[in-house]
Design a protein around this ligand. Structure first.
Ligand code: MTE
Ligand code: MO
Length: 374
């Protein structure tokens, strides 16, 4: 059994599959803490978790100036420790809402396939400069990352981002060995993972052991045949993965974490307290969160909890809260949230128009139906 050496996991995580292990934390807990505790961070594995012996581990770079292999000791001792607080979100977060429109292929994620942590390690830019490689002048089109987890045919999990994007993010990409001040947990990439803040989860390669430049994208299944968007009429008979752009920076999203779908509020309640998260890709900060207690007819502004980051380097999520009046005399109502990022990007009001066969990028207004006993 290739899954016989899996790590121990919190019994509070809600699995969507066991082998490989995939799970999200209970959504009610998600907005309680700005930094998601490591054992509550959602897990998205495509393959068995590799067992890494730290004494034999190396990070192998393939560069025009040579092919250095760095030990874990070198990485932690020879470079300054840099940190970035970033939310990581699976492209399939909130997929279960898309499934209600039409079936899709993918794990049936709720709204908690996203978490937020402080990642620390070596700056990718500083690492490359040590070997006289400058991201700004490298002649290639993509930077490729590979993990130690492998498919039955021996090919590793891999991902890439365009070099142009790596240049934009230059000082913010981190080869992380710590998560919230602790060594990376096995499920999250021990001993190393790349953190490319503002970019989709699929590119945050865990168990990272290879970095190289290439004239083409990573050839991995997950770069070429997955994690892409399509129009709502594309189906498995006419889909052409080669013609669609790989997902990198993600669109603006939000969700109500509390109350939850179907919840019964206090008898005769006149107000409801909503809590949740909002986040946008590309480091675009959240400038406003709108909430409604009547299905989107009237709106209120939620109170944002500042994430301490600047508008164009806002990689962490923004948690928010709102106390809003409930419609009078109704025994049930629909709570809604939508967020606005610093580029004034907004979320689509419904999921039908953004439906796609893999169920990615499900960022419509988030709706939660509650009961209000009179
Ligand atoms: N890296 C490796 N090596 N193998 C994987 O299966 N899954 C990716 C990414 N990095 C994956 C990986 C996907 S799709 C996501 S959403 C994130 O890791 C999930 O990160 P997490 O499990 O730390 O939440
Ligand atoms: Mo993912």
């Amino acid at each position: 059994d290739p899954y016989k050496d899996e790590p121990e996991r919190s019994p509070l995580l809600i699995p969507s599959s066991q082998k490989p292990f995939n799970a999200e934390p209970p959504v009610q807990m998600l907005a309680d803490q700005f930094l998601t505790p490591n054992d509550m961070f959602y897990v998205r594995n495509h393959l068995p978790v590799p067992c890494v012996c730290i004494d034999n581990f190396t990070l192998d770079l393939k560069l025009s100036t040579g092919s250095p292999s760095l030990t874990f000791q070198q990485l932690t001792k020879d470079f300054p420790k840099r940190s970035v607080t970033a939310a990581i979100q699976c492209a399939g977060n909130r997929r279960s809402e898309m499934v209600k429109v039409k079936p899709v292929k993918g794990l049936n994620w709720g709204s908690a396939a996203i978490s937020n942590a402080k990642f620390s390690g070596v700056s990718l830019n500083e690492l490359l400069l040590r070997y006289n490689v400058d991201i700004d002048t490298v002649r290639a089109k993509y930077i490729v990352f590979e993990g130690l987890d492998t498919q039955p045919d021996g090919s590793p999990y891999g991902a890439s981002i365009p070099l142009e994007l790596a240049r934009l993010l230059k000082n913010d990409i981190i080869v992380a060995y710590e998560m919230n001040g602790q060594p990376l947990p096995r499920d999250h990439g021990y001993p190393l993972r790349i953190i490319i803040p503002g970019v989709v989860g699929a590119r945050q390669v865990k168990w990272l052991n290879k970095i190289y430049f290439s004239p083409e994208e990573s050839t991995s299944h997950w770069q070429r045949r997955d994690y892409k968007g399509f129009n709502a009429s594309t189906d498995w008979h006419n889909v052409d993965f080669d013609k669609s752009v790989s997902i990198s920076q993600l669109p603006v999203i939000s969700a109500i974490c509390d109350p939850v779908e179907g919840q019964e509020l206090e008898e005769g309640a006149e107000e409801v307290t909503l809590k949740g998260y909002a986040w946008s890709g590309g480091g675009r900060g959240i400038i406003r969160v709108d909430v409604s207690a009547d299905g989107g007819k009237t709106w209120h502004e939620a109170t944002l909890k500042p994430n301490g980051q600047t508008p164009y380097h806002s990689y962490a999520w923004t948690l928010w809260e709102a106390d809003i009046p409930l419609p009078k005399g109704e025994t049930k109502t629909e709570l809604v949230v939508k967020a606005v990022d610093v580029s004034y990007n907004v979320q689509p009001d419904s999921v039908a128009g953004i439906w796609n066969l893999r169920g990615c990028l499900s960022n419509a207004w988030h709706r939660v139906n509650v009961k209000v006993p009179l």
